[in-house]
Each structure stands twice: as structure tokens, then as C-alpha cells.
Write a protein that binds this ligand. Sequence first.
Ligand code: ATP
Length: 594
Amino acid sequence: MLRDHVPLRDATRQQGLRSVFMRAIADIGVFSLLINILLLVIPLYLLQVYDRVLPSSSIETLLYLSAMAVVALAFLGLLDAVRAIYTQRVAATVDQKLGATTFAVSLGTKYAGGGLSPLRDLASVCAFIRSRGVAVLFDLPFAPVFLALLYLIHPVLFWLTLAGAVLLFLLVVANQLAIGRNDALSAERSAAASQAEQAFARNAETLRAMGMVRAAAEVWGRHVAEALTLHDRSSSANAIFSAASRALRMMLQLAILGAGAWLVLQGQMTAGMIFASSLVSSRALQPLDQLIGSWRQIVDARRSWKRLETALAARPAEARKLTLPDPSGAITAQDLFFIAPNASFGTEPILKRLNFVIGAGEAVAIIGPSGAGKSTLAKLLVGALQPTGGSVRIDGADLRTWDENQLGKHIGYLAQEVELFPGSIAQNVARFDPDADDPAIVEAARRAEAHELILAQRDGYQAAIGLSSTTLSGGERQRIGLARAFYGNPRILVMDEPSTHLDGSGEAALEAVLSAAKAAGVTAIVITHRPSIAAACDRVMLLRGGVVEAFGPSGDVLRQSTAGKGLPPQRNTVVTGSFATTIRGTSHNVCFGS
Ligand SMILES: Nc1ncnc2c1ncn2[C@@H]1O[C@H](COP(=O)(O)OP(=O)(O)OP(=O)(O)O)[C@@H](O)[C@H]1O
């Protein structure tokens, strides 16, 4: 569970991980050293049996040697198991230390993995740490030690094995060249397939209703097919190189045996040395051979780690922020400027140097045509987006200087698309606060006029919301989202089109909500296309093309917007009641529309 993870603000987090790695490298290094020493047991045993036991026909020596070898091999097995368990623990520690931060990074907007989740990268790194690949890397430095031993047995055997090692190394390089690019492309295509799958699954009903299932399957299938083709290509190459390296190793073993026999015939070696050197030579080459088998996993893990490290490093430093006095709710925008983070050069900014002040306890409606930047402004005001330039200040303090956990409790935000999360309705209303008390949940629901509709659900407040929360209607979701925004009596309430799904009574309820908020001194900002809701506010801000075109008492601004005073000529507008309504996508003028 997240709560078991180290808190995000632990300043020593990265340092802690480094010390875990250093300690793990030292400990696994010691285990590997002992394991590799014990790997010499069988060659030594053979040497002793051939060169001592057989010439002396001593059963006693044989039994004694065998007992020693069995004990040593049991110890080897134990060490191998301990090393494997230890690496599992290291993986669990990495997961625990980075889990919460990685989760927070995954909530960020853009990730270098191009669709890959940082959590998937963390999982891939941890899977690698748990795998045999780590043991291979730790065994690799002992290969030269085995080579040196061979030199002591006979230089010819050493040169022969060294030549084999060079050939195996060339195979490792060729293997990487053959599969490296394919693997990267295959990962990209898999990510695209999984993105498409998630998007299609979220909108399965639309796909079915409009007969798009086959077309969607084709789009998804294309990505999967490309990924599989690339994966198959690199897997085939990897299989060929693995087989070639195994064959090469066996041939080398044969060559060592042959060369050993020749050296015995020349009187330069004993018979026992033939078998001992064959085993030592195979130990020297084994890590290189295994390296080819584990290569893809090593490369994947390295790539994942690099991406993760970059993303974690790019996270703003989390120095402890001073707890400021609770906000009264005054908002100031200073030269507020926003351009989409991934925008190409020359792209028009979404918001262009906005300057305004909203007093504590004021109710402000933001109106404007589609694409004016209203939702973007709402996100900037609640800190969901960071401004490209300028600042948003709450009670005079830049949003960036507030402790987000402290400020978050005083902000209620209802996004345009209300998403509820898996859990009960009560948990959703209480923002998953583990210490939430029931009266506060009910109070928030009542203020959002959601209490009755929640009670009408089969399990009331305990009703479970699934992954897609489709059992609730759009209006029900919106009211529960509103209750969530009200939870904890926030000082600032930002609602992005809260009336989208509301019927006439819902709209009246929303007006009542606004009046109640005003009476409680809450700063309420509401983005709306409904004239009655805008009229219920103290002031109205008319936003168009990323600039504030008018900001004043609601009556004045609403009159100005309906009269089209000072605005470009109207096109395709429909007059409803006393207000002109935008037909989306065609009008450039009037503010109210569906
Ligand atoms: N992440 C983004 N990347 C690129 N462009 C964006 C991004 N977010 C918003 N935009 C663009 O910024 C403009 C303003 O969007 P925004 O959602 O703020 O408008 P809006 O006034 O709330 O519109 P509506 O009334 O339709 O909800 C739009 O043209 C939109 O395409």
C-alpha cells in the first residue's frame, strides 16, 4: 500500500537509495566471491582424485576428499540461495523507496518513456534485480581469476580460453548490434498498443454504438503486429547468438580437453589437470555465455532505470515548505502566461499575461467561447498546471511556495470531466482521507446537494465505485465530484462547468450552493455557460483568445456580452432567452452555449 511507502518529502530518499545500492553491491560482491571460490571445489576434487587417490589407491583419502567436497558444495548451495533471497530484498527495498515518488511522477504530464508508465519502468528494474541477470554481472569479474588459474596450470590452456573469451565477447557485441534497435522500436510499438488499448477500453460503449470495434481492433492490432514482428526479429537473433555461444563454449571445452591430453602426452601436465582445467575454463567462459542470454533484460533494465532516474531528477526539489497561515482565499494573477508544454515554436499561447485580483469570499464566474482558455485558467488557479510565466498567488504567496498538502485541503476543485476513483462513494467524497469523519462527509454531500442521491444508491455512502464508475449517471458523478470539492470546507472553490449534467432543479441547487459559499466567505470561481449561474456571482470575467476581455460586476459584463458590445461581429448565434448562445466551433463571439 502507498501508506507503507517512504513519504515523498523524505529529503534523504535518494541518498537512502544510494546507500542501499552501495551496501547491496558490497554484500552481493562478498557472496559472489565466496560462491566463485567454492566453484573451484569440483576442479580441485578431480585434480586430487586423479593425481592422488588413483595413484595411491587410497579409499580413505577418497572418502575424506568426498566429505569435504560435499560440505563445500552444500555451503555453495546455501550461499547461492542467500544471494538470491538477498537480491529479492534489494528489489523490494528499491520498490518501497521509489514507489510513492514514481507514482507521483506517473501523475505528471509527460514522460520520456513515450507512453510507458514510470511505474512500469520501476517494475522492470525491480524484476531485473530479482533475476539471475544480477548474478551474471557479479560473476563476470571472476572470469579473469579463472583465466589466471588456467595460466598457472598451463599457458597454452590460458591462451586457448582467452581466444574463446574474445570470440564470445565479439558474439555479445554482435548480439547487441543485431537486437538493440529492434528492441527499442518494439518497446515503443508495445507502448503505443497499450495506450490504444486503454483508450479503446475506456470508450468501449462508444466503439460498440458506432460500429467502430473492427476499426479499433485494426488500429490496436497494427501496433501489436509491428511490436511482435520487431520482437520476433530480435528474439530470433538472440536465439541464434545464444546457440552460437553455447556451441562455441562446448567446442572450446573439447579443445581444452584435447590440448590437455596432448600436454599430458608431452609430459607437461598430469591427467587430473585435464579435467580440472576443462572445468576452470568453462567457469571462465560461463559468465560471458550467460551474458548473451541475459543481455536483453540487462539492456531493458538499464534503459528503464535511465528514464526513471531522469524523471525523478527532473521532479522539483522537495525542500520542506513552511506551513503558512491558513488562506483566507484571496487570489491574484500576475502576468499569468501559459503555453502548452509540448507546443511547437510559434504556437499561440493559451493564456496571455493575465492580471486580476479576486477578493476573499468573492464569487466570480468565468465565461467565454470554447477554447478561450477557461479550463486552463481554472487548472492554473488550483495549481494543477504550472504557469509558463507569471504567477498565481493565494493570500499574496505564490502557489509554488505553498505546501501542496496544506493548500490542497483549502481548495475544492471540480474538473470539467469528473472522474471518480475505485473505492466507496464515502471515500471519494472524503478525498480518500483515512481520518475522515462521517459528519464531514455528509456535510459536504449536503452542501453539494448530493446527500439524497447518495442515499438512494443501493449501499448508500458505502456503494462501491468501480474502475469506470459507469453505474452512476453523469449528473450523479458531477454531484459527488462537487461533494468532494466541498469536503473539508475549502476556502477556495473552483468549479469547471458544474452544471453540464444538471437539470433545472440541479441548476437551482447550484445557485443555492453558490449563495451558501458566499455566505460562508468562500471564494467561489465557476466556469459556466449558464446565464443564471453567472448572474448569481458577484463579478464575471469574460475570457476570449487567452485574454481577459472584460471583468466587472456580473450585470455589466453579461449585458456587454449579450449585446456584443466591443466584440467582433457575431456569426451563427442563437438567441435563447435574453442571451445569445454560441454554436460551438462556428461562433467566435458569444459566451453562453451548451
Ligand atoms: N495540454 C494542451 N496541449 C495543447 N493545447 C492545449 C492543451 N490544453 C488545452 N489546449 C488548448 O488550449 C485552448 C484552451 O483550452 P481550454 O480547455 O482551456 O478552453 P475552454 O475555454 O475551457 O474551452 P471549453 O469551453 O470548450 O471547455 C484550446 O484551444 C485547447 O485545444
